[in-house]
Design a protein around this ligand. Structure first.
Ligand code: SAM
Length: 339
C-alpha cells in the first residue's frame, strides 16, 4: 500500500478549499485587476494596493505554485489559467465571498433548533448578478421577446447590484427601470454601477425588501416585474402562504403586469440529474446552501401549482442557453394574471 498516493487523493479537497478561498482573495484584494492591467513588481502591487509586502509575497508564491501567476523580469503576470478563472469570477463572489461562512456553520446548524447559517447577502446579490449575466439575463431577454408589447418600464425586486437593469437599459433605449434591494452593500454597488454607466436618469435604486416596497412606494404601474431567484427568498422568510400573499398583492397593485420569475428546480435527490458535471460543480453546493440558510428551493411542478393558486397563468417557460448550462435546472417563467 502506498500511503503517500492515498494521502494525496484523500486531502485533495483541502487543496481545493484553499485554492477557492485564495482565488477569491486574489479578486477581492484587487491584485487580479492590477495584473490584468499590466505586469507589476511586488513593490508596485504592495504600494498601489496598500498591502504588506511579506504577506503579499506569501500569497503570490502560493498563487504561482497553483499556476495563477508567473514571474518574468522581476514582474508578476497573470497565467492563461488565471484569465480563464477570472472570466468566471462571479461564481467565486457568490459561493466563496457570499457563502463561505455558511459552509463553516453547517456543523452547528445541523442540530436545527431554529438556527440558520448566516451569509454575506451583499456578496450573494453581487455574485448572483454576475452569474446571471451568463444564464438568467439572456433567459429573461428571451422570455421578454415573447411579450405582446415590448416593456417600457421594468421593476426588479431583489436586484442585487442592478446588473440586470443596466444590461437591459443598455440594449433597450426605451426602457426605464427601478431596482429594489434590501442589502445596503448591494445597493451601494448598484448605485455606483448605474452612475458609471451614466444611467441615473433611467434607473432608480431603492434600499428596501419586497414587502416594504410594495407597502410603501408609489411607482407608476410597471409593464414588467422581474423576480430573479427572489421567490425562494420570500418562501424561506414567509412560507408558502407568504409567497402566495406576495404574488396576490403584486397583482392587486399592478393588475396588468407581466412577471418573469427565475427559479432553480430542486432535483437534489435525482441521482441521474446530479451526475451532470455542472450539477456536481455548482448545483450540489448550491442545494446544500439552501438547506442551511433562510431560503427554500422547490420543484418545477410545485411552483406551477403555486402560480395557479396565486391567480397567475404561465405563458412561457424556458431554460438558459445549453452552451452555458445544459442541466435545465434553472427555469424562467413568463407569467400574467389569469383573469
Ligand atoms: C440570489 S440573489 C439574486 C439577485 C438577482 N435578482 C439575480 O437574479 O441575480 C438574491 C437577492 O435577493 C435579495 N433578497 C433577499 N430577501 C429579499 C426580500 N425579502 N426582498 C427583496 N430582496 C430580497 C438579496 O439581498 C439578494 O440580493
Amino acid at each position: 500500500m502506498n500511503v503517500e498516493q492515498d494521502l494525496v487523493v484523500a486531502i485533495e479537497p483541502i487543496r481545493q478549499m484553499t485554492l477557492a478561498i485564495c482565488t477569491n482573495h486574489f479578486f477581492e484584494s484587487g491584485i487580479y485587476a492590477k495584473l490584468d492591467g499590466a505586469p507589476c513588481s511586488l513593490t508596485e502591487i504592495s504600494q498601489q494596493l496598500s498591502l504588506e509586502p511579506n504577506r503579499l509575497e506569501g500569497l503570490l508564491n502560493y498563487l504561482r505554485n497553483e499556476n495563477l501567476v508567473f514571474q518574468q523580469d522581476g514582474k508578476y503576470e497573470l497565467t492563461e489559467r488565471a484569465r480563464l478563472v477570472g472570466k468566471y469570477k462571479a461564481w467565486y463572489t457568490m459561493l466563496v465571498g457570499g457563502y463561505t461562512e455558511t459552509f463553516v456553520q453547517v456543523g452547528e446548524c445541523l442540530k436545527g433548533q431554529g438556527r440558520w447559517a448566516t451569509r454575506d447577502v451583499g456578496k450573494v446579490g453581487i455574485g448572483s448578478c454576475g452569474i446571471s449575466h451568463y444564464d438568467a439575463i439572456p433567459l429573461t431577454q428571451r422570455l421578454m421577446s415573447k411579450m405582446e408589447q415590448p416593456a417600457s418600464t421594468m421593476l426588479d425586486l431583489g436586484c442585487g447590484n442592478a446588473m440586470y437593469l443596466v444590461e437591459f437599459c443598455k440594449t433597450m433605449p426605451q426602457l426605464r427601470a427601478c431596482g429594489v434591494e434590501p442589502s445596503k452593500a448591494a445597493c451601494d454597488s448598484a448605485q455606483s454601477i448605474v452612475s458609471k454607466e451614466g444611467l441615473e436618469n433611467r434607473i432608480s435604486i431603492v434600499n428596501k425588501s419586497v414587502r416594504e416596497f410594495l407597502q410603501s412606494e408609489d411607482v407608476d404601474e410597471p409593464d414588467l416585474l422581474v423576480l430573479g431567484f427572489i421567490l425562494q427568498e420570500v418562501l424561506g422568510q414567509e412560507g408558502r402562504s407568504g409567497v402566495i400573499d406576495f404574488l396576490v398583492s403584486v397583482l392587486r397593485r399592478y393588475p396588468k403586469i407581466t412577471l418573469i420569475v427565475i427559479e432553480v428546480d430542486n432535483q437534489v435527490s435525482n441521482p441521474t440529474v446530479m451526475e451532470h458535471r455542472l450539477a456536481k460543480a455548482y448545483y450540489n453546493p448550491y442545494y446544500l446552501i439552501h438547506e442551511f440558510t433562510e431560503q427554500q428551493l422547490m420543484t418545477d411542478s410545485w411552483w406551477e401549482e403555486l402560480f395557479a393558486e396565486a391567480g397567475l397563468q404561465v405563458l412561457a417557460k424556458d431554460h438558459p442557453d445549453s452552451a452555458v448550462d445544459s442541466t435545465n435546472l434553472e427555469i424562467g417563467y413568463l407569467l400574467r394574471g389569469a383573469n
